[in-house]
Ligand binder design. Structure first.
Ligand SMILES: Cc1cc2nc3c(=O)[nH]c(=O)nc-3n(C[C@H](O)[C@H](O)[C@H](O)COP(=O)(O)OP(=O)(O)OC[C@H]3O[C@@H](n4cnc5c(N)ncnc54)[C@H](O)[C@@H]3O)c2cc1C
Length: 491
């Protein structure tokens, strides 16, 4: 039985991001995946600006930018074509990525897998299924169905909605309900077409429908099944073409990639770790796709857990830091889930009268301006200096020396200043000992300048998951921030 620092169960996006983040920091990681080949069919089609940055930090940013179609506008219309809502953002969000990037999940997973296989210390083993877990005081043993045993200091269960790891830990999901059945159709048009808007929601009670990009060269349609329709007989190729015909999509101009029926659940685990074993991604939460946030939440789990495991494995933080994973991730994941449910309640309305009342209320609020998308609430629990401006929010990524900030300075604790003063030497020394970097931007680009001016601070301490730990108005405040971080990591 060979030992590694971390075993990750599952090579979906959550497991691969977790493994890459840990291997990039020099830890040994073994990924155990039950299927011998990656899942080939599209699922997620959207990630947000924060996830673009997380993926960039996996070393795949440049290639990823060629695989996405930015969706500046997402418009909702009623059955007669009246606009009910138009929201989005043209150009990049403050974190340096489009607010909405449309993509093809198998392409992303292939890119992540190539990156994973290129990293020393990361071993991806396909065709092995985890079947039991035995926890010891300083390590965990995972047995696989081929009779092998794998030992590691920590285990991450990123093994999807039907998680074996979650079952072995005896953690039951809390079920908040589900949203009808949806017929999901992916296709590749033979010729490029312009779709305006790129993403459209048709709130027609006769057939609520989503028509969005599936990444460059691909389109996704989702059709809600109406009360009384039987999923068993609904899901046919004939039905797919019939529903696509009004959109001028037919076998002579497009190729069907796949069609399937999904029942979208809203569920989450009340606890995400037990001893040395952690849950992440769909193993810990499953959200209806109305906000396009399932994979995004898994990526947030991965990057959050990875930096904590990194510091604990490196001896730079006490093991109690790992307790903060649940505190920092469960409440935000539930908020995302509730947001997706709220959207689902507006979208999934098959009753014509109820739909008419909804349409009247929404159409009255539409303006010519594109509505901004409100950020998710700032994190309030965990390793943050919560009493400082912008703590718990996503940090900004501007351009430095012609490149995105993170490409130049890497991901890690970054103490960024637009001022000219310096933190106390002892604080700087400790900060650098945990891989932290102090970055002075005496001549900040407009994005950084605007962010610091808006927050009325000159220092910002970024965490490795790009959330702001805290901010300060001067070097003395920044020194105090570093001291607080040190206490947090040692607590
Ligand atoms: C129709 C649809 C649309 C969606 N749209 C979006 C969207 O637009 N945006 C978004 O963010 N999300 C979206 N999602 C959700 C997104 O696809 C998932 O949240 C994401 O794939 C979860 O990733 P994961 O790595 O946590 O789990 P998975 O992708 O399920 O990966 C888990 C892996 O673990 C492996 N495994 C399971 N058990 C074992 C075991 N015992 N041993 C070893 N390996 C095991 C599995 O084979 C699998 O490879 C959508 C989902 C669907 C179905």
């Amino acid at each position: 039985m060979s030992a590694t620092d971390v075993i990750v169960v599952g090579a979906g996006p959550t497991g691969l991001i977790t493994a890459i983040q840990l291997a990039q920091r020099g830890h040994s990681v073994r990924v155990l995946e039950k299927w011998s080949a990656p899942y080939p069919l599209p699922r997620a089609v959207h990630f947000d600006a924060e996830i673009g940055r997380v993926l960039q930090s996996c070393g795949i940013g440049d290639e990823l930018r060629t695989m996405i179609e930015p969706a500046d506008v997402y418009e909702w219309r009623n059955a007669t074509g009246t606009t009910l809502l138009r929201f989005g953002l043209v150009g990049d969000a403050p974190s340096g990525w489009p607010l909405s990037s449309m993509f093809c999940q198998p392409e992303l997973e292939a890119l992540l897998e190539r990156r994973a296989r290129s990293l020393p210390g990361l071993e991806l083993v396909r065709g092995v299924e985890a079947s039991s877990i035995e926890q010891h005081t300083d390590h965990v043993v995972v047995a696989t169905t081929d009779g092998a045993e794998h030992s590691a200091r920590y285990v991450v269960g990123a093994d999807g909605a039907r998680s074996t790891v979650r079952g072995l830990l005896g953690i039951e999901l809390i079920d908040l309900g589900y949203f009808y059945d949806w017929f999901v159709v992916d296709l590749i048009p033979n010729e490029p077409r312009v779709y305006d808007p790129v993403n459209l929601q048709v709130c027609d009670p006769a057939r609520p429908t989503t028509a969005v990009s599936g990444g460059p060269g691909r389109r996704r349609w989702e059709f809600m099944l109406l009360p009384g329709e039987d999923p068993a007989t609904f899901c046919t190729e004939e039905r797919a073409w019939a529903l696509l015909a009004p959109w001028d999509i037919a076998p002579d101009n497009s190729r069907l990639e796949r069609f399937a029926i999904y029942r979208f659940h809203a569920r989450y685990a009340p606890t995400w770790h037990e001893g040395r074993v952690f849950l992440a991604g769909d193993a810990a939460h499953q959200t209806p796709p109305f906000a396009g946030q399932g994979l995004c939440a898994g990526a947030r789990d991965a990057v959050n857990l990875a930096w904590k495991l990194d510091l604990v494995l490196a001896g730079a933080a006490s093991e109690s830091l790992l307790e903060a994973y649940d505190a920092e991730r469960i409440a935000p994941a539930r908020q995302v889930l509730e947001f997706a449910m709220d959207l689902g309640m507006v979208i999934c309305v098959p009753d014509p009268q109820e739909a008419a009342a909804r349409d009247a209320a929404m159409a009255a609020m539409v303006t010519d301006e594109l509505s901004p998308v409100p950020p998710f609430p700032a994190a309030t629990e965990g390793v943050f200096a919560t009493d400082t401006p912008h703590a718990g929010r996503l940090s900004v990524q501007g351009i430095v020396d012609g490149r995105p900030f993170d490409d130049v300075h890497g991901a890690g604790f970054r103490l960024v200043t637009v001022g000219t003063d310096a933190v106390a030497p002892e604080a700087a020394e400790w900060f650098e000992s945990i891989g932290g970097r102090i970055v002075a931007l005496p001549d900040p680009d407009p994005r950084h300048a605007a962010w610091f001016a808006d927050a009325s601070v000159t220092w910002a301490l970024h965490r490795p998951d790009f959330l702001v730990y805290g901010t300060a108005a001067d070097a003395a405040g920044a020194t105090a921030l570093v001291t607080r971080l040190r206490q947090h990591l040692r607590a």
